[in-house]
Design a protein around this ligand. Structure first.
Ligand code: FE2
Length: 279
């Protein structure tokens, strides 16, 4: 159960930090599974992402098809000019996405349970539905920046309900690219929307409210095991990782089934893989 103070903080700031939410063994199991998925990933097999001239189209297809699959994505800076990997494959992957929570037993186990369901209901998701999972590596040296954005951009519901569950699997610090948030700015409008029509994706501008910057924002330096829960309209950012240590994190995005989920959201589910809650 969330305390009244925690709930008050969530509504005031748009986020909540819950230290020691996941145990060391649970994190070690997830990490080992993620590394096994990367190990089994053959970049030249099927995706053709990095080998064809028709690169943009292939990347789009590969990305779109990952909505309800388990796929690996490279860091932008992973490749040398000649197309070879600058460091080992295991140190070149940006993330795994986007349906491990439903398709992989180890991820399924980590992503579900009464503890998470209680937090979700506590922050207002009466009927939580988990649409997406991402394992984010933030690799040493080349871990890319993720610019200011709101997660509601990618999960439009009426009214807004998407909530992010961000698990630190390693200590997140200013040196390895921790999260930054702008407390209270979950009360600002949605700036843009990621819209899918068939196989085409566009970023639709909605509101010109400027993004915060790191002079006003708060850096969330948190220990491994911490769960950060944040509102879908909360602007957040993470810097590149130029340090020698990785910053693994895992995220889930859930909406409330009482709200209408937009048919233009890039992730859709049907009866072959129904969207589920935390329990
Ligand atoms: Fe985000």
């Amino acid at each position: 159960m969330l305390t009244p103070e925690q709930l008050q903080g969530f509504h005031r700031d748009g986020y909540l930090v819950l230290p020691h939410f996941k145990s060391a063994p649970a994190m070690a199991t997830l990490r080992a599974r993620a590394l096994a998925i990367v190990d089994a990933f053959d970049p030249t097999d099927g995706s053709a992402v990095f080998t064809t001239n028709d690169q943009v189209r292939s990347i789009d297809r590969y990305f779109l098809d990952s909505a309800n699959q388990v796929r690996c994505f490279f860091e932008e800076e992973a490749f040398a000019p000649d197309g070879s990997l600058k460091q080992a494959k295991a140190l070149s992957i940006n993330k795994i996405g986007h349906a491990m929570h439903d398709l992989d037993p180890v991820f399924d186990d980590f992503s579900h349970g009464v503890a998470l369901d209680t937090v979700a209901r506590g922050v207002g998701l009466a009927e939580p539905r988990i649409w997406q999972s991402m394992y984010i590596f933030k690799q040493p040296g080349i871990g890319g920046e993720v610019g200011w954005h709101q997660d509601a951009t990618f999960f439009d519901t009426t009214p807004t309900s998407v909530t992010t569950f961000w698990f630190a699997l390693e200590d997140a610090t200013l040196h390895n690219g921790c999260l930054w948030v702008q407390p209270g700015d979950h009360r600002t409008p949605l700036r843009e929307r990621f819209v899918r029509h068939g196989d085409s994706i566009t970023m639709e501008p909605l509101d010109a409210t400027p993004w915060p910057d790191t002079t006003s924002a708060v850096a969330l330096e948190v220990q491994a095991g911490t769960l950060v829960v944040f509102h879908g309209l909360l602007p957040h950012y993470s810097a590149p990782n130029r340090s020698a240590s990785s910053r693994h994190a895992y995220t889930l995005h859930a909406t409330d089934a009482r709200c209408t989920y937009a048919s233009s959201n890039w992730i859709q589910r049907d009866t072959t893989l129904p969207v589920r809650g935390f329990v």
